[in-house]
Design a protein around this ligand. Structure first.
Ligand code: FES
Length: 97
């Protein structure tokens, strides 16, 4: 995330982030979403998980109790080849438990 906004790191030039707030998955290790992903078994191969959690963290920061449609809209740019979308939705929908 750059300044709290999910950002595609692979197409972001490093000089454009100078002086901005950068949050990576490592910065979210204590976020309750991480535990929610584990609790709901939302991780399969784990390839997409860092991006899923970073995007989800931005969503719940702006909207702590998103609806299913809001979750689907916010997470639509994150692809999971393992197809764990229902579990990811469950994790985001229950992250505060
Ligand atoms: S858990 Fe494998 S790509 Fe998402």
């Amino acid at each position: 995330m750059l300044d709290g906004v999910p950002t595609l790191s692979c197409i972001t030039l490093v000089h454009t982030v100078d002086g901005r707030d950068v949050t990576t998955i490592e910065g979210l290790r204590d976020h309750p979403l991480v535990h929610a992903f584990v609790r709901t078994d939302a991780v399969q191969c784990g390839f997409c998980t860092p991006g899923q959690i970073v995007s989800a963290a931005a969503l719940v920061a702006a909207n702590p109790a998103p609806s299913k449609d809001e979750i689907r809209h916010a997470m639509s740019g994150n692809l999971c080849r393992c197809g764990t979308y229902p579990k990811i939705e469950e994790a985001i929908g229950t992250w505060q438990q």
